[in-house]
Ligand binder design. Structure first.
Ligand code: SF4
Length: 285
């Protein structure tokens, strides 16, 4: 695989679109390393948060997208400068400790792309599988699950993970503008959705599609159509998001030369609610 000319940090008006698979490989060189107890991954922190009704969270480092609306810390852009390496066992211990401290019983990895460092994630999931915790939320941009059905098959071995695939755009051009990745990669996250369906993995789709500041009605229609073509039921569980005004988000939008007005004044009506109210969605039950 050819190397990236330069490691991309964030999207700028004159950026050169990158191959997210090359970026995944380059990022893995920085955020993972072989250790005596398996593949180690860099994490910034372990804590618990109120989302998902309370969840212990490992905040890891490194992603293969450069989303302009990304809220995560600067560790996304400069992964070599942040975090400490943890073996799968150490990461699980820290997650368990955070869960006990905050009296929550769900676990997740957030703050970056958790599917980077496959051996680390799979080993961590083995610890989760044997544990008392009933649920592990696996949030992903779908790139590695889209190109590697075998990886999805490995995830399907476990009973605890629920995957949240986050789609960023509805057309190849918008995908490139928003993620920095080349337009040819646009289809990959949709393939991840197909792979998850084929392997009967528990999952749902999220999309940055409730916010008119970052998605036009045409782009949104296209996104919904693509999902409906895969399986109309996906729309009934679709989690539609809006941009939040984190400092990192505001800075990344500015670097990209995008003007966004705050606060958010209007949102699109959620597609799943429209569908549920509609009497005419025959074929969706
Ligand atoms: S929003 Fe998610 S996929 Fe996009 S750059 Fe941030 S961590 Fe990566």
């Amino acid at each position: 695989m050819k190397r990236l000319k330069e490691y991309p940090r964030y999207v700028t008006p004159d950026f050169e679109p990158f191959d997210p698979l090359e970026l995944a490989k380059e990022t893995e060189k920085t955020v993972t390393r072989r250790g005596p107890e398996g593949l180690e991954r860099r994490y910034e922190d372990f804590y618990a948060t109120g989302v998902y009704g309370g969840i212990a969270t490992g905040y890891c480092v490194g992603c293969c997208f450069r989303c302009v609306f990304c809220w995560v810390s600067w560790a996304r852009d400069f992964p070599e400068k942040f975090g400490r390496f943890h073996s799968p066992e150490k990461a699980f211990d820290q997650l368990r400790e955070a869960a006990h401290r905050h009296k929550v019983n769900k676990l997740r990895i957030s703050g970056a792309e958790p599917t980077l460092g496959r051996d680390h994630l799979l080993r961590l999931l083995e610890y989760v599988e044997e544990s008392e915790f009933p649920l592990f939320i696996l949030e992903t941009n779908g790139i590695l699950f889209g190109v590697d059905k075998g990886y999805v098959r490995e995830i399907a071995r476990f009973t605890k993970p629920h995957v949240r695939v986050s789609l960023k755009a509805g057309t190849p051009e918008d995908f490139t503008k928003k993620t920095g990745a080349k337009p040819e990669a646009f289809e990959i996250p949709f393939q991840a959705v197909r792979n998850l369906l084929d392997h009967n993995v528990s999952f749902h789709v999220a999309s940055m599609s409730a916010d008119p500041r970052i998605m036009t009605p045409e782009e949104r229609n296209n996104l919904m159509q693509k999902l409906a073509e895969i399986d109309p039921h996906l729309l009934l569980d679709l989690e539609e998001e809006v941009m939040d005004g984190y400092n990192t988000t505001i800075a990344r939008l500015k670097f990209a030369g995008l003007e966004v007005k705050w606060p958010l004044k209007q949102v699109y009506a959620p597609v799943k609610e429209l569908l549920r109210k509609s009497r005419n969605y025959s074929g969706i039950s």
